[in-house]
Design a protein around this ligand. Structure first.
Ligand code: TRP
Length: 472
């Protein structure tokens, strides 16, 4: 069975693939902006606490469930609690994989398009006001960009665990690290970069409120690829000899480190162009990456010339492409492994089938930024306000809501149904000293707290986001 399903070639193989899954748009784009808007180092502290105290035990239990059952999330829960509704948590995960990927691939397509267009001389045009709206509004162009990104993702997943996912993570992750640090070093030499560092790192605790804590938890779940069984799936290919605590810890640490480092690139870059930026005026959302950043590179033209500035700009967007690619791979792998396991379908057929479904839903998100009125003004939430577009709607449901919900259900499941005894037994394989150790006590304690904290934050998020009700 395990021969057919495939396995990572080594512990490092798993760590690289899981780190690839974790490091993505969430780190390079999401985290720096959330930090800048929400109190700088004060936000970082909250994020760190949630990551290591609440999310880390969920990382471990996901990997353990996967390795225990050697199955996709649906099969895994069905095996541990046969004939119960718990496998619907796995279904929610598989569905979330399809839906998150459907909007992620659209944004990845934009990044890829910006890379191509800047590399072929388009920097000046892309740095012009209004150009981003034109860009996202051109359906045919985006169809091609997202289509190419989807094809690359499917091709890698078709390659299998060792020869597809792991092999690409082995190329892309070290490359990404080098590119990121090369850019950080360069940006820090520019005028006013220091102001950006100060802005990023000086804490402002007055910005912290329950909304910020909600945002930090959703961000941490998304960034760690948690709550939909991506780590159950990747864990199902882990060898019984591996120590999953240390592997999981390295992945968590690495993801957080990259998110933090991305802030050292993005925030100072903003300040080189706009040294008077404040938490209120800092560009956020798509505008940051696709409107502001091209202007930052255009601003360099006077000093270093058009081609070197274009080179740096293309380099920047290529870095994000790489980060996004190892993430789209993991998002596709979850539903693909489900189809392979349950349907006894060949991996190649399964990946292509799921890829086609993702592409179909992705069309809605692709048309949601002006190309189609229907998808651009898709729905109004019960709380009122202007209608949200389809991409935002899918992200609100499947990222902000479904991931913490999944994390809550998985930790509840482990605690009350599967039981910590079985979790510990699984962890001891590859870590014989685990039972009775201090690490075990810490993780067990955090695991008992996690579902309550996650549930509390989850309810708050849903009430605030959709109904405009703030409890605290
Ligand atoms: N973690 C990735 C990011 O930060 C996104 C991602 C990849 C993801 N796979 C996932 C999110 C699985 C949730 C679940 O961009």
């Amino acid at each position: 069975m395990s021969m057919q399903r495939g396995q990572w070639s080594s512990r490092l193989g798993f760590i690289l693939a899981a780190a690839g899954s974790a490091v993505g748009l969430g780190n390079i784009w999401g985290f720096p902006i959330q930090t800048a808007k929400n109190g700088g180092a004060a936000f970082v502290l909250i994020y760190l606490a949630l990551t290591f105290l609440i999310c880390f035990p969920v990382v471990i239990l996901e990997i353990a469930i996967g390795r225990r059952t050697q199955k996709n999330p649906v099969g895994a829960l069905d095996e541990l609690a046969p004939g119960t509704p718990w496998k619907s948590v796995g279904m929610l995960g598989v569905l979330s994989g399809v839906m998150i990927l459907s909007f992620y691939i659209v944004i990845a397509g934009w990044v890829f398009g910006y890379f191509l267009e800047i590399a072929t001389g388009g920097l000046q045009r892309l740095a012009t006001d209004g150009e981003f709206s034109t860009f996202v509004g051109s359906a045919w162009k985006n169809l091609i960009y997202m289509g190419l990104f989807m094809i690359a993702t499917v091709a890698i997943v078709v390659g299998g665990i060792k020869d597809g996912i792991e092999r690409w993570a082995r190329y892309l992750m070290p490359t990404l690290l080098i590119m990121l640090f090369a850019l950080i070093v360069y940006v820090l030499t520019l005028d006013n970069a220091g102001k950006g560092i100060a802005f990023y790192l000086i804490p402002d605790f007055s910005k912290i409120n329950i909304k910020v804590i909600n945002a930090a938890l959703s961000q941490a779940f998304f960034s760690l690829s948690l709550g939909m069984g991506a780590l159950i799936t990747y864990g199902s290919y882990v060898s019984k000899q591996d120590n999953i605590i240390s592997s999981g810890f390295i992945v968590t640490l690495f993801d957080t480190f990259i998110a933090f480092s991305a802030g050292l690139l993005i925030i100072p870059a903003i300040f080189t162009l706009a040294p008077e930026t404040t938490a209120e005026t800092i560009p956020a959302g798509p505008g940051l990456l696709f409107v502001f950043i091209p202007k930052v590179f255009m601003n360099l033209v006077a000093d270093i010339g058009y081609y070197p500035a274009s080179f740096l700009g293309a380099f920047f967007f290529l870095l994000i492409c790489f980060a996004a690619l190892t993430s789209t791979i993991s998002l596709l792998e979850v539903p693909t492994s489900y189809v392979v396991d349950q349907g006894k379908t060949l991996r190649k057929k399964a990946a292509m089938l799921v890829g086609a479904a993702v592409f179909f839903f992705g069309l809605g998100s692709m048309l949601a930024n002006g190309a189609s009125e229907f998808f651009t003004q898709f729905i109004t939430y019960p709380k009122g306000g202007p209608p949200v577009d389809f991409l935002t709607f899918v992200a609100d449901i499947f990222f902000e809501t479904s991931l913490p919900l999944g994390g809550f259900l998985l930790s509840t499941f482990t605690l009350f149904i599967w039981k910590t005894k079985n979790l510990n037994e699984e962890i001891s394989q590859g870590y014989p000293d685990y039972p009775g150790s201090l690490v075990e006590k810490l993780i067990t304690t955090m695991l008992h707290v996690a579902p309550f904290v996650i549930f509390f934050i989850f309810i708050n998020t849903v009430l605030a986001k959709f109904f405009g009700i703030t409890l605290f």
